[in-house]
Design a binder for this molecule. Structure first.
Ligand code: AMP
Length: 396
């Protein structure tokens, strides 16, 4: 069939992965990389499927590289290496709203619909859509597929999606959606491979990265999650506050005289691990610090994971397995051990050595809950959807 490019575009970064898709089966990874620091001094690094660096380039501020010129550069590099074989681009689009859950071919009407959801995900949606538009300008004939981070949570029981606000607001879409769905869909897929039809039974997956959330899955289907109307809700994150008494927001407006823009910036960019520690949003830096405030930020991070795991275990009516994934979940044994210790009452028992080594199963054989470590792969999930949709379209 050809190559598929997966894009995950942020405000100052562009993550990408290139896959080869054949007539059937899962696409195979060829290369992956990212451009960071866009707007200042962009830095491109590309690695092959084995993780070895194959290309690196830096631009200076004087090069005036924009998202679009960098994307053009990237497409050029890919076409030089794979020739005419690039058959489609799959995008991570954070919000699909109430009606869009299945991956979809992008056209003008869909773009306009997705534009309307920018206020619900101001940190991500505008940048996701800007990348779609840039590709459309640069390569108008190339099919583009949008994969929605909200999509996996479609089908949750209505009660899990409702906010206790006047009904008219719910009707206009002010409800819980949930995010990190592409990651959770991948985890559910891996659980199916590892555990067969039981797919981990009643599972809580913990996506702990810069953004962090939990998803309660019953045999691989999302039934509840900690992020809600926006990606601000739920766990303590790198710079986002997580669950917050709305009264605190009123206080910021009424007593502190802050504008909506200032409050938005505070909640999305200045809170979470960064806000509590006053040091960093980066878990590595906090773990390495002996500053008391770094310890307090980690304590709160762990406390909220355990607290909200309790809530989701209640939504599931019990728990059979727990999965750690994403930057912190995959790489920070200390955080995993501390979370597991707080979940002892649920029957979680960690094998210290397996945890330290980062093995696929880190619970003891006598643990009532199987605790797994599954590296997430959102790009692969996007490639799978993109290949499936393109195959469907070209079916005779
Ligand atoms: P992500 O958003 O999934 O890329 O995750 C980013 C988070 O993972 C940051 O807070 C990093 O500090 C954290 N992280 C990555 N590697 C490690 C590590 N080896 N130990 C602790 N935290 C890590």
């Amino acid at each position: 069939m050809g190559e598929i490019l997966c894009l995950n575009a942020g405000s100052s970064s562009l993550k990408f992965a290139l896959f080869r898709a054949d007539a059937g089966g899962e696409p195979t990874p060829l290369a992956a990389g990212k451009i960071e620091n866009i707007g200042l001094a962009p830095h491109l690094i590309v690695r092959d499927a084995g993780g070895g660096a194959i290309t690196e380039q830096r631009w200076t501020k004087d090069d005036k590289a924009t998202h679009e010129t960098l994307l053009e550069d990237l497409l050029g590099r890919i076409e030089t290496s794979v020739g005419e074989d690039l058959v489609g681009v799959g995008h991570r689009v954070v919000h699909g709203g109430p009606d869009r859950f299945a991956p979809a071919r992008v056209d003008d009407a869909l773009l306009a619909e997705l534009d309307g959801l920018c206020p619900l995900a101001p940190l991500h949606q505008p940048h996701n859509l800007a990348a779609v538009r840039a590709v459309a300008r640069l390569r108008p004939a190339l099919p583009q597929i949008a994969c929605f981070d909200t999509g996996f949570h479609h089908g949750q029981p209505a009660v899990a999606t409702r906010l206790a606000l006047p009904r008219a607001l719910t009707t206009e879409g002010v409800r819980r959606y949930g995010f990190h769905g592409i990651s959770y869909e991948y985890i559910a897929r891996r659980l199916r491979e590892l555990d067969g039809p039981a797919t981990g039974g009643r599972t809580i997956a913990a996506h702990l990265g810069n953004g962090a959330s939990l998803c309660a899955m019953d045999k691989g289907r999302s039934i509840d999650t900690t992020m809600g109307f926006t990606a601000l809700d739920g766990l303590v994150m790198g710079t986002r506050c997580g669950t917050l008494d709305p009264g605190a927001v009123l206080y910021l407006f009424q007593e502190k005289g802050m504008t909506p823009e200032q409050v938005e910036h505070l909640l999305y960019n200045e809170s979470g691990l960064l806000g509590v520690s006053g040091i960093s949003s980066d878990m590595r830096a906090l773990l390495a610090s002996d500053d008391e405030r770094a310890g307090e930020a980690i304590d709160l991070f762990v406390w909220q994971i355990a607290r909200q795991t309790g809530a989701l275990a209640a939504s599931l009516g019990g728990l059979d397995s727990f999965v750690f994934t994403a930057g912190i979940g995959e790489n920070a044994p200390e955080v995993r051990a501390r979370v597991a210790a707080r979940l002892g009452w649920l029957g979680v028992e960690i094998d210290e050595e397996a945890n330290r080594r980062g093995e696929p199963v880190i619970s003891t054989t006598s643990s009532r809950i199987v605790v797994r470590l599954i590296p997430t792969d959102e790009e692969r999930m996007i490639a799978i959807h993109t290949a499936d949709l393109l195959r469907e379209e070209t079916k005779p």
